[in-house]
Design a protein around this ligand. Sequence first.
Ligand code: NAD
Ligand code: TYD
Length: 351
Amino acid sequence: MKKVILITGGAGFIGSHLVRLFVTKYPNYTIVNLDKLTYAGNLENLKDIEDAPNYEFVKGDITDLNMLRTLFKKYGFTSVIHCAAESHVDRSISDPLAFVHTNVIGTVCLLQTAREYWNNNFNDTLFYHISTDEVYGSLGSEGFFTETTAYDPRSPYSASKASSDHFVRAYYHTYGLPVKISNCSNNYGPNHFPEKLIPLCILNILHEKPLPIYGKGENVRDWLFVEDHVRAIDVIFHTGKTGETYNIGGHNEWTNIDLVKELCRQMDEKLGRPPGTNEKLITFVKDRAGHDLRYAIDATKLSRELGWEPSLQFQEGISKTIDWYLQNEEWLKDVTSGSYQHYYEQQYHKR
Ligand code: NAD
Ligand code: TYD
């Protein structure tokens, strides 16, 4: 059967890389990108493929059940890859209900529509849910998250993602809906909205503005280049086992302070500033409420069973990422005009 794939949230950071990979690598598939175009969604991310014959964009909200029903009938989707979400922890602290609405209600609306539309004819169908390692909670200095680590979400964002994961599994066990879930560590790379640590610091270094480090900068994140993540999604979509969960990560842990110093060092070089110039911008600010100490993924299952490995060393990935932002100042200018300024004031001037 010809694959007709609904990708939700395809105008966002990870979704846009995923849409590009599928549209270019699989010309026989039809890819429909459903996105509400919130502040985080940007069709500029997909300019290079917007006219591809196997690609269509639909503007819409995943909580709109009637629209979803119409869309499934119109296109006859054979699979869903669900990326759409509210994705920023700090925003979830100021507005948790928005996260419940999109991440929980939206996911259940999609599950319900897929179930109704496929009507127990599940041959060659798949609901693939994209999730995060943050559902597992926070690690101490030792250990890793595996696929069997108990869920222990601690922020409204991770609680909403954990809830959506539970609903996906509930539809698998209760209705037999064919599902897969992957839980990935922190991503970085081109097209990342500058509210997250790496693009925010690149932008601020560029404009010689303070680099806000929460607390002492000792929190640890496990960073993966976004193109490696979408390659993993491709592998899991095609060869992963139905009903299974796969953790995705690159064994690449950094404390926030070391990471920001590496950004400063590379950008001193690239911008022709004397060594040590950018580090002077580092400013310690009030810690995030409930700030998870450490995330670290054990991706052995994905590597052993499906043969996926990350391709990029971190320093190289960071260098590529900085170069992309330096070459795409227009993109940066567009996404940081208007409501971004308001967000920035609210988020950082109270700290
Ligand atoms: P993002 O915020 O950059 O993009 C989210 C996209 O979803 C945007 O295009 C937005 O317009 C769209 N969207 C939001 N609400 C919607 C709604 N109600 N209806 C339709 N579209 C809506 O997020 P991202 O970083 O690309 O993350 C994508 C997925 O990957 C999320 O599910 C996230 O939880 C997960 N994830 C992200 C990371 C990371 O480091 N960024 C890591 C692991 C997992
Ligand atoms: P972020 O990019 O928001 O991802 P997440 O919270 O999902 O891991 O933050 C990454 C780390 O950087 C996290 O420990 C919080 C910290 N951080 C700062 O220190 N300052 C900032 O301005 C931001 C946005 C994050």
